[in-house]
Design a protein around this ligand. Sequence first.
Ligand SMILES: [Cu+2]
Length: 153
Amino acid sequence: MSKNTLLTTFMAAILSLTSFTAMAEITTNDAYVRAIPPGTKTTAAFVTISNKKSQDVHLKSASSNVADAVELHNHVMKDGTMMMRQVDSIKVAAQQSVSLKPGSYHIMLINLQQDLTVGENIEFELSFSDGTKLKIEAPVKKIMDGMHSHHHH
Ligand SMILES: [Cu+2]
């Protein structure tokens, strides 16, 4: 390797490190999609979103090519029953994180185009109020919560 090539490689490493830092202000972890029986057309995805910025951001939308529609939902108590409701956005306060989880906020996948296989990775794009777009991969997982059924009535 010539001295020049080494320098170029070094510069490229610095550049990629810089852009990584800039993009890491909003990060996600523990993303997964609820496994469902074959033929089921609706499921939910969950993820923890962390905001390292000094301003609040809002998750505005999510998209995925496995479903016709992807909505942001929350669970609310109504007349003693847990109901799902669509929300415009999910707030991630400055320096905080929010967990989308069963019984709470979730990403709803409506009219699935395919059966989901446990272990398969589903791609999502998350769009935030500050213009950040994150591509994430969420593996399909079996969830044994039993407490919160996820039927649409
Ligand atoms: Cu829902």
